[in-house]
Write a protein that binds this ligand. Structure first.
Ligand SMILES: [Fe+2]
Length: 344
């Protein structure tokens, strides 16, 4: 299932993808003002939103990712270079963004910004603002770099098969889709003989800043879930307190991350693996974590990458009647910074 959605105020395309009716869905570059529309469409198509992905930190519109997380408990995903305060999951070149029945390959394509990514899905590539239809994303702010963009486009995107469909994050002329071969031949910005020529071309553009820039950039940098509310309820452990609980028999550490994140970044020694995607069944009556808490009286100590999934999990577990649910503030990121032991 594939839907290309348009926000006319910012000329932004957002993409909703899923492998089947009734299954998991993912959205790319949602726009804040359109969140109600997405939620309605998800209901109509009987889809369960599990990931909201931004190709980069946008300057021309506010991302809908945080609102979607708050309303659906999906997880937010951005590249590891992002300046956004908290995203649930950060990805890098070569990673995969997976949902039920589907997988997006992550391509790091800096240039428009230093946190710009493209996502390859079978016959199509979501190019963000790296490659537009008959254009390319500007490179004159947010650590943009025309030379890096030349490299991203010529040495990554144009190396994809000619027939690969190109779905950009914006179009200002009404085009909806192109192909790699078409852009190679007809995109005026790509008719250059060298990186130097491309840099010169981009340097001459002198564009006005986007209208929304002063509002959108700071807003898009502060999209993290307010973990302090969880802490006020007494459901959060600082890394220091979590370190003291390590190895104690009264605490079960529970890792909510995906297998690929565990393999890449390691995990806390002795922690159980219960991925966030299966949280609901694990915390329900009869579920693994519910039974563990009830049978042993142990504190269920959730953690994830940055503390966002675990903050949502602790709230859900409390609602499901697991009074001994807690989480580690700041997640494995904070744990590592405090030199907490990690095993691969
Ligand atoms: Fe952009």
């Amino acid at each position: 299932m594939f839907r290309q959605l348009f926000d006319s105020a910012s000329s932004t395309y957002s993409y909703l993808v899923a492998s089947r009716h009734g299954g998991e869905a993912l959205i790319i570059d949602p726009v804040l003002e359109k969140v109600d529309r997405y939620l309605q469409l998800l209901r109509e198509l009987d889809l369960h939103l599990v990931k909201s992905v931004d190709t980069h930190l946008h300057a021309d519109h506010m991302t809908g990712s945080a609102a979607l997380r708050d309303r659906t408990h999906c997880i937010t995903v951005m590249g590891e270079q992002t300046k956004a305060d908290i995203v649930s999951m950060r990805v890098a070149e070569g990673d995969k963004i997976e949902i039920e029945g589907m997988s997006l390959e992550v391509l790091y394509t800096p240039g428009h910004t230093d946190d710009s990514y493209c996502f390859l899905m079978d016959d199509r590539v979501f190019t963000g603002d790296t490659l537009l239809i008959r254009g390319t994303g500007r490179t004159d702010f947010q650590n943009g770099d025309a030379r890096a963009q030349y490299d991203s486009i010529f040495n990554k995107l144009l190396k994809l098969p000619e027939e690969t469909l190109v779905y950009p994050a914006h179009d200002y002329k009404g085009d909806t889709v192109s192909t790699i071969g078409e852009e190679r031949r007809f995109n005026p910005r790509l008719q250059v003989a060298s990186a130097d020529e491309y840099v010169e071309l981009m340097g001459k553009l002198s564009l006005a800043n986007p209208k929304m820039m002063d509002v959108a950039v700071p807003a898009n940098m502060h999209i993290g879930l307010h973990q302090d509310e969880i802490a006020r309820k007494g459901w959060a452990l600082s890394v220091d307190d979590a370190l003291l609980a390590l190895g104690r028999r009264d605490t079960a550490f529970v890792d909510l991350r995906e297998r690929s994140e565990r393999e890449k970044h390691g995990a806390i020694l002795g922690s159980l693996h219960a991925p966030y995607a299966a949280l609901e069944e694990n915390i329900a009556q009869g579920g693994m974590l519910h039974e563990l808490a009830e049978a042993t009286g142990k504190t269920i100590l959730f953690y994830c990458a940055y503390g966002e999934r675990s903050a949502m999990a602790v709230q859900a577990a409390q609602q499901a009647g697991i009074a001994a649910a807690r989480h580690i503030s700041g997640g494995l990121d904070a744990w590592r910074k405090a030199s907490g032991p990690v095993v691969k």
